[in-house]
Design a protein around this ligand. Structure first.
Ligand SMILES: NC(=O)c1ccc[n+]([C@@H]2O[C@H](COP(=O)([O-])OP(=O)(O)OC[C@H]3O[C@@H](n4cnc5c(N)ncnc54)[C@H](OP(=O)(O)O)[C@@H]3O)[C@@H](O)[C@H]2O)c1
Length: 275
């Protein structure tokens, strides 16, 4: 690994630990810090339709990016996921159960040494409530929050409560707003909130001025795909105005035998952060 930015250029950094030991927000006097992470191809694809739904293609997913994704989870006290993810998990076509994954014992020990619970809590955002909560999440001792429409069907809410969820109703109709999601989790005392959800939730958070930081892995491959057969970072109606981000760091992970990748941290500028 090489650090390209900020200077000085630094060659031969180990990958493991890169995101564990970096000082990260928030400062004690600040509120929460909300961040997300994506891996994309050079042509901006984050997932491809394989006939039974979209998945992150093997041509861009890789163990080194996965390690950093897990390190970011190790830093979190709450993860945001979605109803769709839990449906895909139940159908056997989603990556792993929510981090931290079983193969990352060292990250659990790291959290223990930092005085953190073994696993971050989980906040599920869903309008449909059409999913089942995997028992494992509760067995791991996590608190499970369900952000659901205020008008959601009572029997669906009751089923999720029986499965261990604590319900946080969001106002304003079918779709949650980014600032509302952020404030609900801040009020519960969470300081580092990691969205491991996909492009619809990323849009919700960015449109609501609620995302502080985007971690972006770009795999140096072009993968193509017909219109409608892939997803990009943000899905949904165009944003009102563009949202500006500032580069905070950039690492190159060369791969002499094939496609390398780079890892960037991009912080939302104050104008893009209205939450
Ligand atoms: N390449 C990458 O780094 C990367 C990272 C993450 C995800 N992905 C891919 O992205 C795809 C989708 O991921 P995802 O399902 O986790 O995320 P998503 O597309 O952001 O979320 C979709 C679901 O989240 C709920 N949702 C989103 N915004 C909402 C809002 N404002 N209010 C209420 N509910 C809302 C809805 O659930 P209900 O339908 O239950 O209402 C919706 O169906 C997958 O194919 C995944 O592989 C790729």
């Amino acid at each position: 690994m090489q650090r390209l930015y900020p200077p000085p250029w630094t060659p031969e950094l180990p990958l493991a630990g890169l995101y564990l030991e970096q000082p990260l927000p928030p400062e004690p006097a600040q509120g929460a810090w909300l961040y997300t992470n994506f891996v994309t191809s050079l042509d901006g694809r984050i997932s491809l339709d394989h006939g039974g739904g979209c998945r992150i293609p093997g041509s861009i997913a890789n163990d080194r990016d996965w390690r950093l994704f897990q390190e970011l989870a190790a830093r979190a006290d709450c993860l945001i996921t979605t109803g769709r993810y839990l449906r895909e998990l139940a159908a056997g076509c989603a990556q792993d159960i929510l981090p931290l994954g079983a193969e990352f014992d060292d990250l659990r020990r790291w959290r223990e040494a930092a005085g953190m619970p073994a696993q971050p809590d989980v906040a599920i955002v869903s309008a449909s409530l059409d999913f089942a909560i995997p028992p494992l999440l509760r067995e791991q001792g996590r608190r499970l929050w369900l952000l659901a429409p205020r008008e959601a069907a009572a029997e669906r809410l009751a089923a999720h409560r029986r499965a261990g969820a604590e319900v946080l109703p969001y106002p304003g109709g079918e779709q949650a707003e980014g600032a509302g999601i952020r404030h609900a989790l801040e009020r519960l005392g969470y300081r580092r909130i990691y969205s491991v959800a996909g492009p619809q939730l990323a849009r919700t958070l960015i449109a609501g001025g609620a995302l502080d930081t985007l971690f972006l892995t770009v795999r140096h491959r072009v993968i193509g795909g017909a219109a409608g057969s892939f997803e990009t970072l943000i899905e949904g109606a165009p944003l009102t105005g563009s949202q500006a981000f500032e580069l905070r760091w950039l690492y190159l992970d060369p791969a002499p035998e094939g496609a390398g990748q780079h890892f960037a941290r991009l912080d939302a500028t104050p104008a893009a952060r209205r939450g």
